[in-house]
Design a protein around this ligand. Structure first.
Ligand code: KIV
Length: 302
């Protein structure tokens, strides 16, 4: 196994000019595939509220849900650094609550760091979490938890005043101890200025090519939802099409009676003769010497 990625690896990647590759993951299977595919960072994003739960926003996502998904992703990740998102209202009330909740993501979700949205107003919170030895990734620009304040999911920092405020926010978060920063929905010129002004890496989503790394929601880059096509998303696969085709073929074969065929069925051991009707008992399969192995269930390897 290649060396585990840490927050120090990410800093070195910025210094050497190598781009950081981050992607969201919400379960162990996707985490394993994306980790083996070369992700440096797996983000357990609160975007799971939308892509997993089908909510309209990230606001309903809870701490318990983030802990649950973080633990699943951490089990699947071997090399990548795993970041757990702090959900809405898990860090806004007080730095003490923020530390407690960040601690849950580390101790129960097994993540290597946490991410929270917001600028200089959260500098004390970032400082408190970092003081508890939990690394923090910042998140500026289009911050989805502030959807009501922003009046929608709109690009931020387009005029000079807003751009200046975002640069100040970035510097304040870095000074508070953040080890990296997501820039979301930001003009590429501003993202370049922020990236050049910080020693810590920036990771962009809808923020242009000058950031130190890039992140996308895995379901978006894999083309799972044909109805969602914002400007910043590039589809690198068409899994919606592939899944639909595979499912249709399965349904066709079931309806035609061609699945399961002999290759996918078990045979009785020689000599078994049922002389009386046997009551149906769940788990009545008996291990018979020489019997075929069933294999894993639900794709788990044995
Ligand atoms: O929740 C999320 O997936 C995120 C990324 C889009 C940066 O915050």
């Amino acid at each position: 196994m290649k060396d585990k990625v840490t927050i120090h690896t990410l800093k070195r990647l910025k210094q050497s000019g190598q781009k950081i590759c981050m992607v969201t993951a919400y379960d162990a299977t996707f985490a394993r595939i994306l980790d083996e595919g070369g992700a440096d960072v797996l983000l357990v994003g609160d975007s799971l509220g939308m892509v997993i739960q089908g909510q309209d926003s990230t606001l309903p996502v809870t701490m318990d849900q983030m802990v649950y998904h973080s633990a699943a992703v951490s089990r699947g990740a071997k090399r990548a650094h795993v970041v757990g998102d702090m959900p809405f209202m898990s860090y806004q009330v007080s730095p003490q609550e923020a530390v407690r909740n960040a601690g849950r993501l580390v101790s129960e979700g097994n993540v290597g760091s946490v991410k929270l949205e917001g600028g200089a107003e959260f500098a004390d919170t970032v400082r408190a979490i970092v003081r508890a030895s939990i690394p923090v990734m910042g998140h500026l620009g289009l911050t989805p938890q502030s959807v009501h304040k922003m009046g929608g999911y709109v690009v931020q920092g387009r005029d000079e005043d807003a751009a200046r405020r975002m640069l100040d926010d970035a510097l304040a978060l870095e000074a508070a101890g953040a080890y990296a920063m997501v820039l979301e929905g930001v003009p590429l010129e501003l993202a370049r200025t922020i990236t050049q002004s910080l020693k810590i890496p920036t990771i962009g989503i809808g923020a242009g090519k000058h950031c130190d790394g890039q992140v996308l929601v895995c379901y978006d880059l894999l083309g799972m939802n044909p109805d969602f096509k914002p400007k910043f998303v590039k589809r690198f696969a068409n899994l919606h099409g592939n899944i639909t085709e595979a499912a249709n073929t399965f349904f066709d074969e079931v309806r035609a009676g061609t699945f399961p065929d002999e290759d996918h069925s078990f045979k009785a051991t020689k000599g078994i003769r049922l002389v009386t009707p046997t009551p149906v008992v769940p788990d009545a399969e008996v291990a018979v010497e020489g019997a075929e192995k069933v294999g894993g269930i639900y794709g788990a390897p044995v």
